[in-house]
Design a protein around this ligand. Structure first.
Ligand code: UDP
Length: 414
């Protein structure tokens, strides 16, 4: 059987402290209508990266509404995850380069078949996250559940070879969900295509309130000098997050902001074999400058520490070139910490209006915005607060649960 991630049950009423009554009442009403429904999310890793982060709070909240929600994780070997990382990259527009041109399709499908055979299939709805398990539905043709494919990446301009391969498997689903309508590939044919943005949970250890002095203390033990300015990027070690671009922007900014420190906080995910090479290359770069600190989940940076970095940094940088959504942007803004971010994918959704002036298209712009905000603390504070409002109103978990349940209700009625 596939691994089911152990999780508890949340408490929807807690969110009444933060969100307006209508939203919560709407979520509770949907839960009552769908009470007892068996819903299962499927993905390819229980930790590392945005999808795992999302499901950790999403599933307990579904349960708190009376939904029988679970999360099953597929397994595969390094070859499979190398292929699926290639598929992931190519959905985001990179040219697909398989080492052994013909066999990648067979390998991908055979692993999906094995996982399909091991799936606990006794559910009313399956939500299949991202390309790794996208062919499982194909191998369970008699399964009576509703199947939804949930895409978390910017698939607006996918590589043609990869898209033509995946498309028929995706089209076997009852619906597909994208973060924004911009990401829907033109040729996708499905009766129902929905859009809903991801969300963060204000009550997890990643996002809960921690006093600033505790954050500073945590950071000090990780090598940060609390008396000097600090900028931080938090992301998987992944080329689309442009970590070298961030370092280059920091180097330019440092000329104008003496003593500036840069923390690059990264995590590894079990379905991301490319992370190690990137980690090694980044360490090499960091060794040239004592004020560049690289830390990861392997060296003690867990959710609390990420929380502390996002709260205690003067500024968060997320210089992504492609980005499905970028939960890290929402996490920082939720804490009132201003962000300078790549003008990519789902990030602009989170930085509307004046915040959009801090979306950047290149290294020089990134450096310029960093310097401006570091030199103007009042502006920074004000913009951080504006960001907090955006996240509160649009990107907290109950809104996502509401959107998902509304779609499920619609599919179950058919
Ligand atoms: N993350 C973490 N530790 C790290 C780096 C990232 O906990 O060292 C978390 C981060 O806080 C966020 C998620 O991983 O919740 C990354 O999600 P995002 O949507 O930003 O990017 P993805 O990895 O899905 O491309």
């Amino acid at each position: 059987m596939l691994h089911k991630v152990s999780l508890g049950t949340g408490n929807i009423n807690k969110y009444r402290l933060i969100l307006d009554r209508e939203t919560i009442d709407e979520v509770v009403a949907l839960g009552e209508e769908l009470k007892g429904l068996r819903v299962c999310h499927i993905n390819s890793t229980p930790f590392g990266g945005g999808v795992a982060e999302l499901l950790v709070s999403h599933i307990p909240l579904l349960r708190s509404l009376g939904i029988k929600a679970d999360w099953q994780v597929i397994h595969g070997d390094r070859r499979f995850f190398t292929i699926t990382k290639g598929l992931h990259n190519s959905l985001q527009g990179a040219k697909f380069t398989a080492t052994r041109a013909e066999s990648w399709r067979d390998l991908y499908l055979s692993i999906n078949k094995v996982n399909a055979a091991q799936l606990d299939a006794d559910y009313d709805v399956f939500i299949v996250n991202d390309p790794q398990p996208a062919a499982m539905r194909h191998y369970l043709p008699d399964n009576k559940a509703k199947w939804v494919w949930r895409c978390h990446v910017d698939s607006s301009q996918p590589d043609e070879t990869v898209w033509q391969f995946l498309r028929p498997y995706i089209e076997e689903h009852d619906a597909a969900v994208f973060t924004t309508s911009k990401f829907i590939p033109e040729t996708l044919k499905l009766k129902r295509i929905a859009t809903m943005a991801p969300a963060i949970d204000p009550f997890t250890s990643k996002n809960m309130f921690i006093k600033r002095y505790l954050c500073r203390e945590m950071l000090e033990t990780l090598g940060i000098d609390r008396h000097r300015p600090l900028i931080t990027q938090v992301s998987r070690f992944d080329r689309w997050k442009d970590p070298f671009g961030t370092i280059a922007a920091y180097q330019i900014a440092k000329e104008k902001v003496p003593g500036l420190q840069l923390a690059m906080i990264g995590s590894f995910a079990s379905d991301d074999p490319e992370g190690w090479e990137m980690y090694a290359a980044l360490n090499e770069e960091a060794n040239k400058d004592d004020d560049v600190i690289i830390s990861s989940n392997l060296t003690g940076v867990g959710n609390m520490e990420v929380n502390a970095f996002q709260r205690a940094s003067d500024l968060i940088v997320q210089k992504s070139i492609r980005e499905g959504f970028g939960l890290v942007v929402a996490e920082a803004l939720w804490k009132g910490t201003m962000v300078v971010a790549g003008n990519a994918g789902g990030i602009p959704l989170q930085m509307p209006g004046e915040l959009g002036n801090y979306l950047v298209d290149n290294i020089e712009q990134c450096a310029e915005k960093i310097v401006y905000l570091l030199q103007n603390p009042q502006q920074r504070e004000r913009l951080g607060q504006a960001g907090h409002e955006v996240i509160t109103h649009h990107f907290l978990t109950p809104r996502l649960v509401r959107d998902e349940l509304a779609l499920i209700k619609e599919l179950m009625a058919k």
